[in-house]
Design a protein around this ligand. Structure first.
Ligand SMILES: *Cc1c(COP(=O)(O)O)cnc(C)c1O
Ligand SMILES: [Zn+2]
Length: 386
C-alpha cells in the first residue's frame, strides 16, 4: 500500500489534496512534492524486504503514489545495472567508477521511470487523455505507457528531434505534433491545446509524479552501495527530474532510518550551448534565467527554461555539488570512449557526464579514490539517423 499523505509546495508549504489531479503551486509557480507517512512505512518495510521482491521500480510501492496494484502499469522499467567500468577508470586515473545504465529501460531511456508513474497515477485518478511537450524521449515514453494503460497521448516535439523519437511515438499510436522551435515552444503550444481539449499535461514538473518515478534511481543506488552512498553522482540535466528525485529519495531513506546524513555531491552536467543551471549555479543565483539560442546535439539537454530551477540549485548546493558545462565535441569524444572501452553505447546526454567528470578531474574537484557514479540516461541507438 502507498503511504502517500499529501502534496506540498516546497516554497510556501501549502498543502494540496493528492486524491485530486494537481499541477503546481499557483502562488509560487513551483513544482509540488509528494509526501508520505514514512513513520508508518518504516514499521512495515526493511532493506531485506525490498531486496526479496521481484525486480522493478514497483517494489518501492509503499513510497510511491499509486494506491491500487491494478494501476501499477509496467513494461519492466527500473532496476537497471550499476556497471563497474574498470578500463575507463584506469584511463581516467580514478579507482572507483560506475555507470548506472538507464539505457536498459523500456523505450531506451530513463524517461520510462517518470512517465510510468505519471501515467499510472493519473489513470488511477480517472484521467484518460495526456499531452506532453518533449525534446523527444519523454514523448516516446509517454506514448508507450499511454498505450499500455489504454489511454490516449498527444506529443508535441521539435521538428528537428531525433528520428527514432518520432517513429516510436507514431508506432505506439499517439498523436504526434511537430513544432517549429524548441521544447519551450512545444510547451506553449501543448499548454494551449491541453486547455482547449481538457487533456492532462505530464510536462516536466507541471504535475507531481514524474519525479516520484525518477526518485527510484536514488533508491536503487543507495541499495546497490549497501546503504552507504557513493561520493559523487553526475547527472545530465535538462529539466532536472532525476536530480531532484534522487535528492528527495535520499531524504526519505534517511527518514526511514536506512541511511545517515551523508550525501553524494550531486553534479549537474549541461551542454555549453544550453547551460542555464550551470550559469545560475556559478552566479550564486536562486533562479535560472532562460537560455537564448539553445543548441546542442544532446537533445534532452536542450531545455532553455527550467521550471524546477530553485529545487535543482538547492540540491546542488546542499550536497556541496557543482554544475559543469561541456562542448558537443567533448560529448562525442566521451561517447566514443564509453563505447570503445566499455561497450556502453551511450546517448549524448549520458556521454556528457563522462565529459563533465574529465573536466572536474582536471580542476582537481574530484579525488582519484572517490566513488563516482555516471548516469547514462539513454541508449545511443535512439540518436542514430539512417
Ligand atoms: C530528458 C533526458 C535527460 C534530461 O533529464 P531531466 O530529468 O529532464 O533533467 C537526459 N538524458 C536523456 C537521454 C533524456 O532523454
Ligand atoms: Zn507555493
Amino acid at each position: 500500500m502507498s503511504t502517500l499523505t499529501h502534496l506540498e509546495c516546497p516554497e510556501c508549504g501549502r498543502i494540496f489534496d493528492p486524491e485530486q489531479p494537481q499541477t503546481f503551486c499557483p502562488d509560487c509557480e513551483s513544482p509540488l512534492l509528494a509526501r508520505y507517512d514514512l513513520t508508518a512505512a518504516a514499521v512495515s518495510l526493511s532493506p531485506e524486504i525490498m531486496a526479496s521482491r521481484p525486480r522493478g521500480l514497483w517494489r518501492w510501492h509503499e513510497i510511491l503514489p499509486v494506491r491500487d496494484a491494478a494501476h501499477r502499469y509496467t513494461l519492466g522499467e527500473g532496476d537497471t545495472p550499476l556497471l563497474p567500468t574498470p578500463r575507463l577508470a584506469e584511463r581516467l586515473g580514478v579507482q572507483h567508477l560506475w555507470v548506472k545504465d538507464e539505457a536498459q529501460n523500456p523505450t531506451g531511456t530513463f524517461k520510462a521511470r517518470g512517465l510510468v508513474m505519471a501515467v499510472s497515477r493519473a489513470v488511477e485518478l480517472g484521467l484518460r487523455e495526456f499531452v506532453i511537450p518533449t525534446a523527444g524521449n519523454a514523448g516516446g515514453a509517454l506514448a508507450a505507457y499511454a498505450a499500455r494503460a489504454g489511454a490516449k497521448a498527444h506529443v508535441f516535439m521539435p521538428k528537428d528531434a531525433p528520428m527514432v523519437n518520432k517513429a516510436e511515438v507514431q508506432a505506439a499510436g499517439a498523436d504526434l505534433v511537430l513544432v517549429d522551435g524548441l521544447i519551450s515552444d512545444a510547451g506553449r503550444l501543448a499548454a494551449q491545446e491541453a486547455q482547449k481539449h481538457g487533456w492532462w499535461s505530464v510536462s516536466t514538473f507541471k504535475e507531481p509524479y514524474r519525479v516520484e518515478g525518477k526518485k527510484t534511481m536514488g533508491l536503487e543506488i543507495a541499495e546497490a552501495f549497501g546503504w552507504q552512498l557513493p561520493d559523487v553522482i553526475f547527472y545530465p540535466t535538462g529539466g532536472g527530474t532525476g536530480l531532484v528525485g534522487m535528492w528527495k529519495a535520499f531524504d526519505e531513506l534517511e527518514a526511514l532510518g536506512w541511511i545517515g546524513p551523508k550525501r553524494p555531491r550531486l553534479v549537474s552536467v549541461q551542454a555549453e550551448g544550453c547551460a542555464p543551471i550551470v550559469r545560475a549555479f556559478h552566479e550564486g543565483a536562486e533562479r535560472a534565467r532562460p537560455w537564448e539560442n539553445a543548441r546542442t546535439i544532446a537533445a534532452g539537454l536542450r531545455v532553455p527554461s527550467v521550471f524546477a530551477d530553485r529545487l535543482i540549485l538547492r540540491a546542488l548546493r546542499e550536497t556541496q555539488g557543482t554544475a559543469v558545462a561541456v562542448s558537443d565535441e567533448e560529448i562525442l569524444a566521451a561517447q566514443h570512449q564509453l563505447a570503445s572501452l566499455e561497450g556502453i553505447f551511450a546517448a549524448p546526454e549520458g556521454a556528457a557526464t563522462l565529459a563533465g567528470l574529465q573536466r572536474l578531474l582536471r580542476q582537481g574537484w574530484i579525488q582519484p579514490d572517490e566513488k563516482i557514479v555516471l548516469f547514462n540516461t539513454g541508449s545511443g541507438l535512439k540518436y542514430v539517423n539512417l
